[in-house]
Design a protein around this ligand. Structure first.
Ligand SMILES: Cc1cc2nc3c(=O)[nH]c(=O)nc-3n(C[C@H](O)[C@H](O)[C@H](O)COP(=O)(O)O)c2cc1C
Length: 212
């Protein structure tokens, strides 16, 4: 388990790390629900994909993979109604030395990741997702699998989410232990069981939510 976050600086406003900064916060679903968890998913399930994407754009949500890429723009690249299969891949490789942007979420607030992922899936009409977690984080992989089981049991994931008819399956994939695997096209090559090399034939803007 990663250590607790230090107390925030008076001028620091934690958003993604907001829950885990609260004393006694635990990664289980009951704790998440007690802190308002899955309420946003309940709203999103009744919305149209374009409406969700517009909200994400208006919120100016940005990726945490390094470039601060606008998430709403990335989601809008996915043609949710083109009849082709699409997948969401979550980049939990975190192989940059000294970075701690993913592991706190994976270990201490996995349901926040799953809820965001489910909302992204509704916005892009995706029914299958992979969470790529670096192999040096075996405990994170266990915690996320456990969270997936809990969320499925409550109807937030899996078949017929919250009675809506929308399905989402999520798999955890343990990484290949190389820095380059955090790069998105290399990560996708790994998922497809080829070498961790840059695959220039892949689209350059896959929906890597990254950074949990
Ligand atoms: C060599 C290399 C390593 C990378 N490693 C990571 C990583 O460990 N985690 C990550 O989130 N993004 C990493 N990235 C960035 C990803 O390629 C990609 O831009 C990111 O997952 C996009 O996510 P975002 O939209 O959340 O920013 C790496 C990029 C390069 C070039």
């Amino acid at each position: 388990m990663v250590s607790l976050l230090p107390t925030p600086h008076p001028k620091e406003r934690r958003i993604i790390f907001g829950n885990i900064s609260k004393p006694g916060y635990a990664p289980d679903i009951e704790t998440y629900l007690a802190h308002g968890g899955y309420e946003s998913l309940k709203k999103a399930i009744g919305m149209k994909p374009g409406e969700i994407v517009d909200m994400i754009k208006a919120a100016n949500l940005r990726g945490r993979g390094g470039a601060g890429f606008p998430a709403g723009a990335k989601w809008s690249f996915i043609k949710y109604d083109d009849g082709k299969p699409h997948y969401i891949v979550v980049n939990g490789d975190e192989s940059e030395p000294g970075t701690f942007k993913d592991r706190y979420i994976l270990h201490q607030d996995p349901h926040q990741l799953l809820e965001g992922l489910a909302i992204a899936a509704i916005a892009t009409n995706v029914h299958l997702s992979y969470i790529y977690i670096r192999c040096e984080f075996p405990q994170a992989a266990k915690i996320v699998w456990e969270a997936i089981k809990e969320a499925k049991a409550k109807g937030f994931l899996g078949k017929n989410i919250l009675g809506s008819g929308f399905d989402l399956d999520i798999y955890v994939h343990q990484g290949a232990g190389a820095y380059i695997c955090g790069e998105e096209t290399s990560l996708l090559s790994r998922l497809r069981a080829s070498g961790p090399t840059r695959a220039s034939s892949l689209p350059i803007s896959p929906l890597c939510l990254a950074s949990t």
